[in-house]
Design a protein around this ligand. Structure first.
Ligand code: AMO
Length: 431
């Protein structure tokens, strides 16, 4: 057989003989001709098998090949204007690698739990392929964005001795003869990083023992967290909106085909232009109350609240100046009114909820110590973090973007579980 080509590249081999290696997606038969819809993980291609063009063994494969059987196909690339991809293969030879057993995922509809139980197979489907390619694009865009702006990638550890986002959602584990926790955010370590590198980002898995069984929560998800020395809350918001706009722009530019497979209404994404509206927590509460919602000042916003607040806006919005009591110990108090902290949440439009949480960090050692005491956190455990306020403390800020929430929003997927290859939720640890 001639040299192996990826299906997505066959347009560069018009009228040439190529070898494709992959799997059977579907077969259609009619007399002296049959069609094999082939996929190799890069594209779906129609292959035409004519009785006169192949050996009788190859022609008879129409009776033995099953969905997902693996094979190598040799054939000539032809133009096929009526095919979605624009090309097809006139088959000369087929070598079978394995005839697949009856495949559990047929081309019909299946229930979500069944599909999740079969995630290891479900990943092969067109839609899942499109979502995970968009996820890849978002990661690539994120790295390019920060790399091009003088950020250094300084990753944070996964095993930690202390909490960063409060103690209620920690996963505890044994670390030899000590207790350890899986990380809830790389932020505290990034704050040390910027004192050495000025601007850093970390990108890794995050673990939260979230008891909430919602369409927005995973127990293991990925976060992209930039941290910047000498940035205040406004600089932080400027960067966050520029970052999100960039991601959307890159996906629109490079993943048209995938967005089409997902039937995403891209006109909604094209409306994501700068600047994003910025409103205070108090203003957000007023929107809720004006719309007849019974909301208590000081509470966090639930999903229906976020949907209502963002309803009037086409772009994500940023809600800043949060009641200090609801937010983490490291957030800087507003100097004009210490009821509030300089925190910010970015809420995606179309009801997709919060995609970013961030803040200006408290740089004053005494105020930080008083927050640590008040929250009954162990001063000894945070000693290294407090050191950062002892040796050249500076104003600084950062934020974390939840990757899967962003993927769900951009893909137009209501549920977060499809935005990660192997979802982990309170009820799912397999496969
Ligand atoms: P925060 O706790 O707001 O901030 O988290 C940041 C973002 O992470 C995503 N997220 C989740 N995604 C899926 N499943 C979950 N259970 C989940 N929880 C959070 C959301 C959220 O906006 N240390 C700060 C970041 C910082 O200030 O740098 C932090 O962790 O998209």
């Amino acid at each position: 057989m001639v040299k192996h080509t990826l299906a997505k590249n066959i347009d560069k081999h018009l009228n040439e003989t190529v070898t494709l290696k992959g799997w059977v997606y579907n077969i259609r038969k009619s007399g002296k001709i049959w069609f094999l819809i082939f996929r190799d993980g890069t594209e779906f291609i129609q292959c035409v098998i004519l009785k006169d063009e192949v050996s009788s063994e190859v022609f008879d494969l129409k009776n033995t090949l099953t969905q997902e059987s693996s094979l190598a196909i040799e054939g000539v690339v032809q133009k096929a204007p009526r095919q979605k991809f624009g090309y097809e293969i006139l088959v000369k030879n087929i070598k079978v690698m394995q005839i697949a057993e009856e495949y559990p995922i047929s081309l019909k509809e299946h229930g979500i739990e069944f599909l999740l139980d079969n995630r290891h197979l479900w990943l092969r489907s067109k839609k899942q392929n499109a979502i995970l390619r968009i996820r890849h694009e978002i990661i690539k865009a994120s790295r390019n964005f920060f790399d091009d702006r003088d950020f250094t990638l300084i990753d944070s550890p996964m095993f930690t001795p202390n909490a960063s986002e409060g103690t209620t959602t920690l996963f505890k584990t044994k670390y030899f003869d000590q207790d350890a926790y899986l990380t809830q955010s790389g932020q505290l370590y990034s704050e040390a990083g910027i004192m050495g590198f000025n601007k850093t980002y970390c990108f890794g898995p995050i673990f939260r023992a979230e008891k909430s069984k919602t369409r927005r929560h995973l127990t293991e998800f990925w976060m992209i967290e930039p941290e910047m020395a000498f940035y205040d809350i406004n600089d932080n918001m400027d960067l966050a909106e520029e970052f999100v706009r960039y991601i959307v722009e890159q996906v629109l530019k490079n993943r048209k085909k995938e967005l089409e497979i997902l039937e995403r209404d891209t006109s909604k994404l094209e409306k994501i232009t700068l600047p994003f509206p910025r409103i205070t927590y108090d203003e957000a509460v007023k929107i809720l109350q004006d719309n007849g919602r019974d909301f208590k000042w000081g509470d966090d916003f639930g999903a229906p609240d976020e949907t209502l607040i963002t309803k009037k806006f086409d772009t994500p919005i940023m809600i800043h100046h949060w009641p200090a009591e609801t937010k983490a110990f490291y957030m800087k108090r507003d100097e004009n009114d210490d009821k509030f902290v300089l925190g910010v949440d970015m809420i995606a439009p179309e009801g997709y909820g919060e995609i970013i949480g961030g803040s200006q960090r408290e740089e004053d050692i005494d105020l930080l110590l008083s927050r640590i005491k008040k929250e009954n956190l162990s001063e000894e455990m945070y000693n290294w973090y407090i050191d950062l306020r002892r040796y050249g403390s500076v104003p600084h800020s950062g934020f974390g973007l939840g990757l899967e929430r962003t993927v769900s929003w951009i893909c137009g997927n209501q549920h977060i579980r499809e935005a990660i290859p192997w979802p982990r939720t309170i009820t799912r640890l397999k496969p």
